[in-house]
Design a protein around this ligand. Structure first.
Ligand SMILES: NC(=O)c1ccc[n+]([C@@H]2O[C@H](COP(=O)([O-])OP(=O)(O)OC[C@H]3O[C@@H](n4cnc5c(N)ncnc54)[C@H](O)[C@@H]3O)[C@@H](O)[C@H]2O)c1
Ligand SMILES: O=C(O)C(=O)C[C@@H](O)[C@H](O)[C@H](O)COP(=O)(O)O
Ligand SMILES: [Zn+2]
Length: 363
């Protein structure tokens, strides 16, 4: 089993990575928690339910266990689904010694984590990620739901008791979701680990990564995040670097309607934009053309979709959580592995956005 230790200010916990670990969640959690668990609510989505829910439920013995299945997809990070899950928690008489299990991708993790953060002002939860992307979302304690006007706008910091990452579960992931998750892996390379990024560039079919390399990749990518979260749990400084590509990425997700584009696909468009802005602001050559070509070979779209409105994207970027007094702040790169958070002049934002917008082909 691979393990990465997360030493956040509010809590230290392990990310345990192993094939088939979902069958052991109920046992392993006993070694992690200090106080007994009174009851368990497993939250999952409609795609993951038939695949893995029973395995996780069966791993718990001698405890009352309840389950709640939400509709799969980004649209479930909403007020109404949040209320639905809270209602289930109340109907199941969860108390302050209960445990929530988030079984699924980042949508389930963010939503279930936010329920855990707010139910009775906070109860314990564990993450059981089932997507590649969730190597990022399950670690670090950011939990949230979306508002129609902005991504992750209602949320909290609430660390899990542990993360049990089953690499076997990734075998059922569709190509699109591999690609979405790989975007966050690449992001971790860009912001902190140039050698890792170079190694990743040797991969041209994400889904075909051999299992031993996959564990290495997960461990290395999670380690980048762990180091940053350890230094700055609540994003008063360096944690903002994890937002590389997200200012425009989140604006695109919200502009297109949640779920129209995957989170990772939107982040890729945002990373290329941020790289171009970095070149413009810092007057450096970051080889953007080469990275864009690699992204395209991997199957990512790198231009801002035509149906996005430029003004609306700019206004959404001004409402991003990093913005101050309506001025847009972006995570830029001085060079790979050397990020910086900067207020960017509106003229540069506008110029590069126009350059990055998809144009209708003629004929
Ligand atoms: N909290 C954080 O730090 C953080 C970090 C990154 C992303 N996020 C959030 O994570 C969310 C995206 O997460 P995601 O990409 O995992 O999306 P997701 O949870 O919607 O999962 C993607 C799709 O794959 C399906 N699925 C999940 N596991 C599967 C499996 N093993 N086999 C087959 N299908 C499976 C899901 O039902 C869904 O349709 C976004 O809301 C994003 O904002 C949060
Ligand atoms: O953990 C973080 O910090 C991140 O920024 C990781 C991101 O990949 C993730 O998408 C996160 O949810 C974005 O956070 P937000 O504060 O911009 O909503
Ligand atoms: Zn992200």
């Amino acid at each position: 089993m691979n393990q990465v230790q997360i030493e956040a200010k509010s809590k230290t916990y392990g990310v345990y990575i192993d094939a088939g670990i979902r069958h052991q969640v109920g046992d392993l959690i006993q070694d992690v928690v200090t106080e007994p668990i009174s009851s368990v609510l497993v939250i999952t989505d409609s795609t993951v339910e038939p695949l893995y829910l029973q395995d996780v439920v069966a791993s718990f013995q001698d405890v009352d266990i309840y389950t709640e299945v939400i509709k799969s997809g980004e649209a479930s990070k909403s007020f109404s689904v949040y209320e639905q899950v809270l209602t289930k928690a109340l109907e199941s008489s969860l108390d302050r010694k209960s445990l929530i299990v988030a079984l699924g991708g980042g949508v389930v993790g963010d939503l279930a984590g936010f329920v855990a953060a707010t139910y009775m002002r906070g109860i314990r939860f564990v993450q059981v990620p089932t997507t590649l992307l969730a190597h990022d979302s399950s670690v670090g304690g950011k939990v949230a739901i979306n508002h129609p006007l902005g991504k992750n706008m209602i949320g909290s910091f609430h660390q899990p008791e542990a993360v049990f990452y089953d690499t076997e579960a990734l075998s059922s992931l569709p190509d699109k979701e591999w690609r979405s998750g790989f975007a966050e892996v690449i992001k971790h390379g860009f912001i902190q680990d140039e050698n890792f990024l170079v190694w990743l560039q040797g991969i041209n079919k994400v889904k075909e990564i051999p299992l031993d390399q996959l564990s290495t990749l997960l461990k290395r990518s999670i380690s980048v995040k762990a180091k940053i979260v350890q230094e700055d749990e609540q994003e008063s400084g360096v944690r903002a670097y994890l937002n590389f590509g997200h200012t425009l990425g989140h604006a695109i997700e919200s502009e297109l309607g949640y779920g129209a584009i995957t989170h990772g696909e939107a982040v890729v468009i945002g990373m290329v934009f941020a790289l171009r802005v970095s070149e413009e602001v810092n007057q450096v050559d970051l080889n953007v053309t080469q990275y864009e070509q690699w992204f395209n070979e991997l199957g990512y779209q790198t231009k801002v979709p035509m149906s996005c409105d430029k003004k609306s994207l700019i206004s959404k970027m001004k409402q991003d959580k990093k913005a101050e007094a309506k001025s847009i702040k972006l995570v830029l790169l001085n060079r790979v592995g050397d990020p910086i958070l900067m207020k960017v002049p509106p003229t540069i934002i506008e110029k590069i956005l126009v350059e990055r917008m998809e144009v209708e082909s003629v004929g």
